[in-house]
Write a protein that binds this ligand. Structure first.
Ligand code: ADP
Ligand code: MG
Length: 579
C-alpha cells in the first residue's frame, strides 16, 4: 500500500519554508538588519552570543510596529512593503516577501518588542517555534528589538550543521560589515559575546564605513570609483593593484543598497584588474550600483541575494569602466624600503612600502579624508583620486645581471625588470593596434588537433579569431587548418597558441571579442619579448624605458607582476644610517 497523501500542518510547512531563508545565524542577522534598514533606522545594534546559536538580538530606532500589527508581522506572507503583485516590479525596500520573521520564528524562540514612534507604549510578543504567545504592553524607546534565542534547538538535524561559534560569528560579522558599507549614513554596531567587534559611525561618509570595516591600513589605500552611464550609476572604493586577497570574498556588490552575489558582476570587477594582479589574487572592492528598480528583478531567490537585470550588459560595462579607471591609474611602484612588509603565503600581501603608493599620495588623501570626516560631514565620500599614473622621468644608469635596468628617478633608484617591462610595452602597443593586427599567410596550412570544447570555441568565434589575424578552417571533427597567423606569432608554436587561446576563451565569461583579443595578445607577448639574460645596449635600454613610460599601466606586466621597483632617497638615507 502506498503511503496516503495528506496536507502538512502549518508548523511543518513553516519549518520547511524556513529552510530557504534561515540557514545559519548570519542569515537571521541579515533579515533582521534588512528590516531595520527598511524601517529607516539610523542606528542598528546587533548582538550575538555563542556565534548566534544561543542569542541574536537586533535593536533599531526605526519607525516601529503599531500594537495591532505586531502579531501580524510574525505571520507568513505578512508585509507592509508591497501590497500587490504589481508592486514587485519596483521594489524599493530590502524586504518584500513577508516571510523572514515567520521563518525565523518557526525555528527558534523569537521575542519581538516594538514601539511605533507615535504610540506611548511598546508591545512584546514571544513566539516559540512557530507558536505565538500573548501580546503584552511594555515601556520602551521608539524602535524595534528582535531577540532570537536557541536557533534550531528544536531541529537537531539543522543545528548539527552549525559550525564553531567563531565561524558563525565570522559570517555574522560579514553581514553587518556589508550593511555598514551599503548604508554609511546609518550607525551599525556588532557586539559579540559582550565585546564590540565592529562599529561604523554612520557619518554619511563611505570612507568612514570603509575604515571601520577594513581597518586603517587597507582603507587608506582604497581608491574611490565613480561612473555614470545613462541611468546606471556606479560608486564605491576599490583596492590599488598591489593590495590583493587570496579570495573573491572582499568583493562586495550592492544593487540599490541590496548586497548581491552575482558571478557576472564580480567577474566584471576582477576583469577590470586584468593584467594588473598576479594570477589567483583578487581585489578588495565595494561597488555600489544605483539604477531604476524596474530594471532589476529582486525576486529571484528567497534570501534575496540574487538579482536579475533586465539587461545586464550596460551594468557590467559601467562597473568595469569605473573599476578599470581607478585600478589602472593607481598601480604603484612597490618600494623595497626597510619598512617593506613581506607577505606570508596566503595572507594579504602588501608591497606598498612606506607611503602605500608612490609619491605618498594616500597619506595626504587620508589626512584630507579624516579632516573632512571630523569637520564637515557633508554626507559624501571625501577621497579624491590623486592619480599617480605613469612613471617619473628616468635616467638609465646601466644593466644588472642582464636582467634589470638600473635607472635614476627624481626621488631615488629604480630597477626595471627588462622582460616584464617589454611584455607590458608589447601588450599595450598590440592592444592599441586593435583591428590592425597584421595577418601573415602561411605557405602551408598547419593542421592543429583540438579537443571537442576547443573545437566548439574556435568554430563559434571564427570571425573574431579571423579579425585577430587567425584564419582557421575546420578539417574533420577534431582538427582545424590554420591558414594565417597574426604576424607577431610567426616562429612560435601555432598549435599551442591556438589551444591556449581556445581554452582561455572557453572558461572566460567576458565579451568574447575582448577576451580573445587580450589573451591572444598576451600569448603573443610571451613569445616576442626581450628575454631575461639578454644584453641590452644603452640605446636599447633607453628606448625600452621610454616606451614603458608611455604605457597606461607601466608598473605591472600583463601577468600582474611588477615591472619596476623603487628605492627612495629616504630609504637610502635610512639604510645608510644618515637619519
Ligand atoms: P518583509 O521584510 O519581507 O516585509 P518580514 O517578515 O521580514 O517581511 O517582516 C514583516 C513585517 O514586519 C515588515 O513588513 C514590517 O512591516 C514589520 N517589521 C519587521 N521588522 C521591523 C522593524 N525592525 N521595524 C519596523 N517594522 C518591522
Ligand atoms: Mg524582512
Amino acid at each position: 500500500m502506498p503511503p496516503r497523501i495528506s496536507l502538512l500542518d502549518d508548523v511543518t510547512i513553516s519549518r520547511i519554508a524556513a529552510g530557504e531563508v534561515v540557514e545559519r545565524p548570519a542569515s537571521v542577522v541579515k533579515e533582521l538588519v534588512e528590516n531595520s534598514v527598511d524601517a529607516d533606522a539610523g542606528d542598528v545594534r546587533v548582538e550575538i552570543q555563542d556565534g548566534g546559536a544561543r542569542l541574536i538580538r537586533v535593536a533599531d530606532d526605526g519607525h516601529g510596529i503599531p500594537p495591532d500589527e505586531v502579531r501580524l508581522a510574525l505571520e507568513r506572507h505578512a508585509t507592509s512593503k508591497i501590497a500587490t503583485a504589481a508592486d514587485l516590479v519596483e521594489v524599493a525596500s530590502l524586504g518584500f516577501r513577508g516571510e523572514a520573521l515567520a521563518s525565523i520564528a518557526a525555528v527558534s524562540i523569537v521575542t519581538l518588542e516594538s514601539r511605533a514612534a507615535h504610540h506611548d507604549s511598546g508591545t512584546r510578543l514571544r513566539v516559540e517555534n512557530g507558536r505565538a504567545g500573548e501580546c503584552t504592553s511594555i515601556g520602551m524607546g521608539a524602535g524595534t528589538t528582535v531577540t532570537v534565542e536557541h536557533l534550531f534547538e528544536a531541529l537537531p538535524a539543522r543545528r548539527a550543521f552549525l559550525r564553531r561559534a567563531a565561524t558563525e560569528a565570522g559570517h555574522v560579522h560579514e553581514v553587518v560589515a556589508r550593511y555598514a558599507l551599503a548604508y554609511p549614513e546609518r550607525r551599525f554596531k556588532l557586539v559579540r559575546d559582550g565585546r564590540t567587534t565592529l562599529e561604523a559611525p554612520g557619518s554619511g561618509s563611505l570612507a568612514d564605513a570603509v575604515l571601520s570595516v577594513l581597518g586603517l591600513e587597507p582603507a587608506r589605500q582604497m581608491i574611490p570609483i565613480e561612473h555614470a552611464q545613462g541611468d546606471i550609476e556606479v560608486g564605491g572604493y576599490v583596492s590599488p593593484p598591489h593590495l590583493h586577497r587570496a579570495t573573491r570574498k572582499d568583493i562586495a556588490l550592492f544593487v540599490n543598497g541590496r548586497w548581491v552575489q552575482d558571478r557576472q558582476l564580480s567577474f566584471a570587477v576582477t576583469q577590470a584588474y586584468h593584467t594588473l594582479l598576479p594570477k589567483g589574487r583578487f581585489p578588495i572592492a565595494i561597488v555600489q550600483i544605483r539604477m531604476p528598480p524596474a530594471l532589476v528583478d529582486v525576486n529571484v531567490h528567497p534570501a534575496k541575494t540574487e538579482v536579475r537585470f533586465r539587461d545586464g550588459r550596460p551594468v557590467f560595462a559601467a562597473v568595469q569602466r569605473a573599476v578599470r579607471a581607478a585600478a589602472s591609474g593607481q598601480a604603484p611602484v612597490p618600494s623595497v624600503g626597510p619598512q617593506h612588509q613581506s607577505g606570508t603565503a596566503g595572507a594579504d600581501r602588501w608591497t606598498g612600502g612606506p607611503g602605500g603608493t608612490w609619491g605618498g599620495a594616500p597619506q595626504s588623501r587620508f589626512a584630507e579624508r579624516l579632516a573632512a570626516a571630523q569637520g564637515t560631514a557633508e554626507g559624501q565620500a571625501t577621497f579624491t583620486p590623486a592619480v599617480v599614473s605613469g612613471l617619473p622621468p628616468l635616467r638609465v644608469l646601466g644593466q644588472i645581471a642582464r636582467c634589470y635596468i638600473a635607472a635614476e628617478g627624481p626621488d631615488g633608484l629604480y630597477l626595471i625588470d627588462q622582460h616584464a617591462a617589454h611584455e607590458r610595452v608589447m601588450y599595450e602597443e598590440l592592444m592599441a593596434r586593435g583591428d590592425d593586427v597584421a595577418s601573415q599567410r602561411l605557405l602551408e596550412p598547419v593542421a592543429v588537433e583540438l579537443s571537442a570544447s576547443q573545437m566548439a570555441v574556435v568554430e563559434e568565434h571564427r570571425a573574431t579569431f579571423a579579425a585577430l589575424g587567425f584564419d582557421t578552417e575546420p578539417f574533420g571533427a577534431d582538427t582545424v587548418l590554420v591558414r594565417s597567423l597574426p604576424d607577431v606569432l610567426l616562429g612560435g608554436d601555432v598549435a599551442e597558441s591556438l589551444r591556449t587561446i581556445a581554452d582561455l576563451t572557453a572558461v572566460g565569461e567576458a565579451p568574447i571579442a575582448d577576451a580573445v583579443e587580450e589573451r591572444l595578445v598576451r600569448a603573443v607577448c610571451k613569445q616576442a619579448t626581450v628575454k631575461a639574460g639578454q644584453a641590452l645596449s644603452a640605446q636599447e635600454m633607453r628606448e625600452l624605458v621610454r616606451r614603458l613610460e608611455s604605457t597606461s599601466s607601466p608598473r605591472t606586466c600583463p601577468h600582474g607582476r611588477p615591472t619596476v621597483i623603487a628605492l627612495s632617497l629616504a630609504d637610502l638615507e635610512r639604510e645608510f644610517g644618515r637619519i
